[in-house]
Design a protein around this ligand. Structure first.
Ligand code: TRH
Length: 377
């Protein structure tokens, strides 16, 4: 009989929590043939990521995953063989009691947020004994082989490379999304949070010698774009031009299409956790707009990643990249740092591909979780 997995996800904010857990669930089904239930407390957020999903259904099958509404009044259910509590969300007390009552206790993971900080390898895989007597294992995604790795579907890098070397496929994908850039245009995608200094970056792009076609999925940064353009209520499909800069607003698309969009672009601005990883798999240079934490803990995460990522870059390129990421995340004026970074364009482009291939040598997160499970049997 197939082993079963329950993945629990509370949507704290935005799309990252459900984006990561749905990706993991799909991979467990498609590549490891498990029965997977994904419990989500915010189905409308899920339905944005998965067009065609019903935001009101108590249960539905999506890409082989049984997606269940995690209602406040939890109905008793038989626990799965493996339980993944994503990002320290709290499992229903009744469910924990049911896990305790199982003849063969389920394997219980707390899947943590991504961080490159150096304390992570020491905590990855550690058990914590719960008051119920059950053990919960901390599972950390990460960038070294002492962590759980990163989510990466089988064959992803080969598919990405084939797509990037096929100009017709890229043109046709973009055309289907209503994007028709001029032949010489640099393509940049912008999926970010609010940014007080965004106008200074848009100024740089508008005044550049080279044409930029900027693709902006609908979302939190739109207000800043509107202010810079001096227009009201931008919506998907709108195209505005200012000097050398064309700005096009895109609808929110399914995860696979967002991947392809990242693959088409010469540079991507991404945020949170999941788009950040997908941009790395695109093999193109990026800015990470990290999710801001109240206690400023995100700065340590940002710098820890930069330290790893910069290895192999020249001092000049590394410093320029650091300055851009720091200024972006502080909401500061971007002009000087962006112009400095563009001088290193070929180097940061080659480096992004190298980084991607190096990261892809490691086992992906789903494979690592599955191996942990099999070793526990
Ligand atoms: O939406 P986010 O800002 O999510 C964040 C992070 O996960 C953060 O770590 C967490 O603490 C916070 O939420 C609560 O960014 P992220 O992680 O990139 O998630 C966006 C998801 O949306 C990702 O799976 C990619 C997907 N996406 C699409 O599917 N289609 C689209 O058109 C776009 C722009 C994104």
């Amino acid at each position: 009989m197939k082993a079963s997995w329950d993945i629990f996800c509370t949507v704290v904010d935005n799309f990252g929590d459900v984006g990561v857990t749905f990706r993991l669930a799909r991979q467990l089904v498609a590549e490891h043939d498990f029965d997977v239930r994904l419990w989500v407390d915010d189905l409308p957020a899920f339905a944005r990521l998965r067009p065609g999903a019903d935001p009101l259904a108590q249960q539905q099958m999506c890409d082989g995953v049984r997606v269940c509404h995690w209602a406040k009044d939890w109905q008793p259910t038989q626990p799965a063989d493996v339980v993944v509590e994503a990002f320290a969300c709290r499992l229903p007390a009744v469910y924990i009691e049911a896990m305790h009552a199982c003849e063969k206790r389920p394997l219980w993971f707390n899947l943590e947020y991504l961080s490159a900080e150096d304390w992570v390898p020491g905590c990855h895989g550690l058990p914590s004994i719960q008051s119920s007597g059950l053990r919960k294992y901390f599972f950390f995604p990460g960038f070294t082989n002492k962590t759980g790795g990163l989510l990466r579907e089988a064959g992803l890098i080969d598919r990405r490379k084939a797509f990037q070397s096929d100009n017709d496929a890229q043109r046709s994908f973009l055309r289907d999304m209503g994007i028709v850039p001029t032949a010489d245009a640099r393509l940049i995608s912008l999926f970010a949070y609010e940014h007080a200094g965004l106008g200074s970056w848009l100024d740089c792009l508008a005044l550049d010698d080279r044409h930029t076609h900027l693709l902006v999925p609908e979302g939190r940064v739109i207000g800043d774009v509107q202010r810079w353009l001096g227009v009201d209520q931008l919506k998907a499909g709108d195209v505005n031009q200012r000097d050398a800069l064309t700005i096009q607003v895109l609808p929110f698309v399914r995860q696979e299409d967002y991947d392809q969009l990242l693959w088409c672009c010469d540079f991507n601005v991404v945020r949170g956790e999941d788009s950040f990883i997908r941009a790395q798999w695109a093999g193109r240079p990026l800015i990470w707009h990290i999710y801001e934490q109240d206690d400023d803990a995100h700065w340590a995460k940002l710098d820890a990643f930069l330290e790893l990522y910069q290895v192999g870059l020249s001092d000049g390129a590394g410093q320029a990249l650091t300055a851009v990421w720091h200024r972006w995340n502080a909401g500061q004026d971007m002009s000087q740092s962006w112009n400095a970074l563009t001088k290193h364009w070929p180097e940061i482009t080659a480096h992004a591909e190298r980084w991607c291939l190096e990261q892809a040598l490691q086992d992906d997160l789903t494979t690592a979780l599955v191996r942990f499970y099999r070793n526990s049997l």
